[in-house]
Design a protein. Structure first.
Length: 366
């Protein structure tokens, strides 16, 4: 019913891989999964049953006992040349090799970039990636035109606030939409082109969500903190990554407090990993007393804080922080380790302290 082609370009390194998890590849499944997340973020006004029903109609899944097909397909086209693959991020992070050592160390001021992408630039674990400036086309074929608006909006929001691959909440995998074509529908094409041209994260207008009933992360009421623009992704992320690393290092010992930035958080010196769960009392015969035990333990929770870049009309890289709205944990859950040796209620205070530590920022409420 509608074939839309988005011409896109990577803004930051994209750590997105195929089935072998080693060869960089922009995958249609990754795009559709990311679109699904941002579609949910646009609809906190829907109760859980209505949200799941509409989500299944658009993106596919199980519905009323039967598997349902997605209402659209995604294809990704780009030239898979050797020169779009970079073997290590150290080719872009200014660095040196310490005397007598074999590993790389960031130059002064660039340490935060290694901190942001730590799992991708560790010694003997460098991950190849799709370099910045790589063009790729996303072809979307809508089989049911009643969903075309949702599909277009979710892809646009993905480009404005999200990314593809690993470490997207810390600035990796960002991309921009350069142009749009719609087959056999010039009116729709002109409408989308105008929307894209006049859209930026700080001017994005929430068209849905009059009331909020969802526990999911959502965009309505989320905060943007826009920082100083730079001429490259490295410089744009350099400043905020340095502040972030220094803040996290200072609070490293507060092991039940820092997981509010997302978990798991592994503390090797204390031999514990922080997550979240429901804490209950249970009688311990051996100790002859009631003790705390954890059930429904959550191993992983994404950070509500997202670092992102976008390109302005003259090509500057504009960094911003998105603080997603919504409850960090389900009701009744506490931050804890599995032994309940360290526990605390979820709290936004540490996130507020981090934001307050950043100077020269412009705040926008979505």
């Amino acid at each position: 019913m509608g074939k839309i082609t988005f011409e896109c370009e990577t803004i930051t390194p994209m750590f997105c891989y195929g089935a072998d998890q080693t060869t960089p590849e922009i995958r249609a499944a990754s795009i559709k999964g990311a679109m699904r997340f941002w579609w949910r973020a646009l609809h906190p006004d829907l109760d859980i049953d209505e949200l799941r029903k509409k989500e299944t109609e658009i993106f596919g899944g199980a519905g009323d006992g039967d598997a349902k097909r997605s209402s659209f397909t995604v294809r990704v086209l780009y030239e898979k040349r050797e020169d779009i693959i970079v073997s290590t991020l150290w080719t872009e992070i200014p660095h040196f090799v310490p005397s007598g050592k074999t590993y790389n160390k960031p130059n002064n001021g660039y340490e935060g970039l290694q901190y942001l992408f730590y799992s991708l630039v560790m010694p003997k674990n460098d991950k190849p990636y799709i370099k910045t400036g790589t063009s790729f086309n996303v072809l979307i074929n809508c089989e049911n035109k009643k969903h075309i608006g949702d599909i277009i909006e979710s892809f646009k929001v993905l480009s404005l606030f999200g990314g593809l691959g690993s470490r997207t909440r810390r600035g990796a995998g960002n991309f921009t939409i350069k142009s749009v074509t719609v087959s056999e529908n010039k009116e729709l094409e002109e409408k989308i082109v105008e929307q894209i041209k006049n859209s930026s994260p700080e001017t994005y207008s929430i068209k849905h969500s009059a009331n909020v009933v969802s526990d999911f992360s959502y965009l309505k009421g989320s905060k943007l903190y826009i920082l100083k623009k730079e001429n490259s992704w490295v410089e744009a992320l350099k400043g905020i990554s340095k502040i972030y690393q220094e803040f996290r290092d200072k609070r490293r010992g507060e092991i039940a407090y820092t997981p509010n930035f997302g978990f798991p958080v592994l503390h090797r010196n204390q031999k514990t990993t922080m997550g979240a769960g429901v804490i209950k009392k249970k009688y311990n015969k051996k100790e002859n007393k009631e003790v705390d035990v954890v059930s429904d333990f959550l191993e992983r929770r994404s950070s509500p804080i997202i670092f992102h870049l976008y390109k302005d009309s003259i090509g500057n890289h504009v960094p911003f922080i998105l603080w997603l709205n919504g409850d960090f944990l389900p009701s009744g859950y506490k931050i804890t380790d599995k032994k309940v040796a360290n526990k605390a209620d979820p709290s936004e205070n540490i996130l507020k302290e981090f934001i307050n530590s950043i100077n020269d920022k412009k705040e926008v409420t979505l």
